[in-house]
Design a protein around this ligand. Structure first.
Ligand SMILES: [Zn+2]
Length: 312
């Protein structure tokens, strides 16, 4: 009996212990379950806040009537956009034989197209950029932009598809910009401003670009008139404008006319060893071979591991 009692007592104790353990496990499970529920709820809230912010942003954008400006804002917030002052300094240092400050081992290519828009070549180039999913910088001539509604719409398309727009003067007239082979500061400045005004009329008052490309190239006129060009640079910098030359080219406007394959070979030759390649090409009338060469050029640059960026 006593033995029996003891047995029962120890059995009771075991049951008690088991109950305590089960209770303990249940409490732990409840704590774990509860905290993960809270975490899930909190992160859910965070996502909602993020979504709200996104809605708010797109709502703000929608309230802006100028659709194209929104696209230019999109470009600005994009990491594929390079500051024009960075490119100006990089090319200047490279030209002087110095190691550019911006040399960081990352291969970046900047496709640039001068002298457009044209109704024949520019739309082809835009189609190719779109299908290759890369962007370019178009150095627009004001006179070509103002030609008619069609050319204005082409420049709108350039911007809305994520490309960047630079300023290539209004007249592109060497006699007016560089009389006797020397830079005329006031003529150049007013021609640049004239294109800026046209761009604003077409793309919206909020549009601005800081990237200037001199017809014939800054380096050409710097060689002929160093003092004049230094004064020009000072005037540009006061307005936060930066001149953009190039260090690679397809030769589609230099020397004898070339077919698409030859243009591609020039790009291969002139980008060799370039960590940052700023490639000069043209999208004006008669540059059909440039459009033909472009898919092959882009394919080559992708194979070489270049990242594509635009200049603003
Ligand atoms: Zn030009």
């Amino acid at each position: 009996m006593r033995k029996n009692y003891r047995y029962n007592k120890s059995k009771d104790n075991n049951v008690k212990k088991a109950r305590i353990i089960i209770l303990f496990i249940t409490i732990i499970l409840l704590i774990i379950g509860g905290s993960s529920l809270i975490t899930a709820k909190l992160s859910g809230n965070r996502q909602e806040v993020q979504a709200l912010d996104d809605t708010k942003q797109s709502g703000d954008s929608n309230s802006n009537d100028k659709k194209d400006n929104n696209d230019s804002l999109n470009v600005e917030s994009n990491s594929e956009v390079e500051d024009s002052s960075f490119i100006e300094k990089y090319l200047d240092q490279q030209m002087k034989g110095q190691k550019p400050d911006g040399a960081d081992g990352k291969k970046v290519v900047y496709l640039t197209f001068d002298d457009g828009p044209s109704e024949t070549v520019t739309p082809q180039i835009l189609d190719i950029l779109k299908s290759e999913n890369v962007h370019a910088t178009f150095f627009v001539v004001g006179k070509a932009l103002d030609k008619d509604e069609n050319t204005k719409n082409i420049v709108k398309r350039e911007l809305s598809e994520g490309n960047s727009i630079g300023n290539h003067t209004y007249s592109h007239n060497y006699n007016y910009l560089y009389p006797n082979g020397k830079i005329n500061l006031s003529n150049c400045m007013s021609d640049i401003e004239k294109t800026n005004e046209s761009l604003k009329k077409v793309l919206g008052e909020d549009f601005s670009t800081r990237a200037i490309r001199f017809p014939g190239g800054h380096m050409t006129w710097k060689n002929k008139d160093s003092v004049g060009m230094d004064a020009m640079d000072k005037a540009l910098h006061e307005k936060d404008y930066h001149q953009i030359d190039w260090n690679s080219l397809s030769q589609d406007a230099e020397g004898a006319p070339k077919n698409a394959e030859q243009l591609k070979q020039e790009v291969i030759k002139t980008t060799a060893g370039r960590e940052k390649a700023i490639i000069l090409m043209h999208d004006t009338y008669g540059k059909e071979e440039t459009a033909k060469a472009l898919p092959g050029i882009i394919e080559y640059l992708k194979q070489q591991g270049y990242e594509f960026k635009v200049i603003k």
